[in-house]
Design a binder for this molecule. Structure first.
Ligand code: SAM
Length: 283
């Protein structure tokens, strides 16, 4: 292993190597190992327990696609809950929508928030927006007593290891369904379509047991290796086939700030799936 390189340890037999200009921080919180480094090709990067979470250069893709797909398709999104997301990237994208009344972020590890404000201000400064309430607690515990509160819930957790494990249980999704209003939407990151195929299938099938409408959509994210990166869309009342393209275009036009990946055409295209993903989803 070359000394000034970082090699991700998310997968036993596959890795991404990134040449490092400078190691900025290494430490452990109550929950996980936290690292920040400055890479030659992707700029500053957050790594949790050896897994790439966000880089300055390509984080916009993931954060745009997890936020704007539900917020441009939902009839009237005002209350948004984000579980995980301590880097603030999803919050930054959500508050680009003028009709949002409140964003609640439930991040278990306050150290991630504190350090992202120092090393990733590009994403973390959004956490100080007046519309945002930050709660440092377990998302699974937070959601357990919420009923019909949210229009959109976004689960931006790390992969199913350590503190995130509870965010992949069927009970968690039943609580999420209960916390959503009648036309509510759930989005969760569901990992690499090639390197996490078994966990992806389990995540999808668990959510499919709970929600009336469930499907995958994808994005191409350079530092999330292993082919298409996937997201799960779920709702009890709005099928993705019923998305209103004129509403999506109108919402996109009303957003403040610009996007580097998301647009109405990419919104629709991201739900077109290759056969190997279609076959993962029981119909
Ligand atoms: N975009 C990244 C991805 O797709 O893997 C996720 C980024 S975000 C930094 C992941 C966050 O989830 C971490 O900060 C972690 O502390 C948080 N997290 C893990 N388990 C959690 C839980 N049970 N409740 C709330 N937050 C949790």
């Amino acid at each position: 292993m070359k000394k000034d390189w970082f090699y991700e340890t998310a997968y036993p037999e596959t890795t991404i190597g990134l040449k490092i200009k400078e190691k900025l921080y290494t430490g452990k919180s109550k929950f996980q190992k936290i690292e920040f480094m400055d890479t030659d090709s992707f700029g500053r990067m957050l790594v949790l327990d050896g897994v790439v979470q966000a880089t300055v250069r390509d984080e916009f893709i993931y954060h745009e696609m997890i936020a704007h797909v539900p917020l441009c398709a939902h009839p009237d999104p005002r209350q948004v809950l984000i579980i995980g997301g301590g880097d603030g990237g999803v919050v930054r994208e959500v508050i680009k929508h003028p009709n949002i009344a409140k964003v609640t972020l439930v991040e278990i590890d306050s150290k991630v928030i504190e350090l992202c404000k120092k090393y990733l201000p590009e994403t973390a400064q959004a956490l100080d927006d007046p519309k945002v309430e930050v709660r440092c607690e377990d998302g699974a515990k937070f959601i357990a007593d919420k009923t019909a509160v949210y229009d959109v819930v976004i689960v931006d957790s790390s992969d199913p290891v350590g503190p995130s494990t509870v965010l992949f249980a069927e009970e968690f999704y039943r609580c999420l369904s209960n916390s959503l209003k009648k036309d509510g939407m759930l989005i969760r990151q569901s990992g690499s379509s090639f390197l996490l195929q078994e966990p992806l299938k389990q995540v999808y099938q668990t959510i499919h047991k709970v929600f009336q409408y469930t499907t995958l959509y994808t994005a191409a994210i350079p530092t999330y290796i292993g082919g298409f990166f996937t997201f799960v869309y779920a709702s009890q009342s709005i099928a993705p086939t019923r998305f209103d393209s004129s509403l999506i275009a109108e919402r996109y036009a009303r957003m403040s700030g610009k996007t580097g990946y998301y647009n109405p055409a990419m919104h629709q295209a991201s739900f077109a799936l290759p056969n190997y993903l279609e076959e993962l989803m029981p119909r």
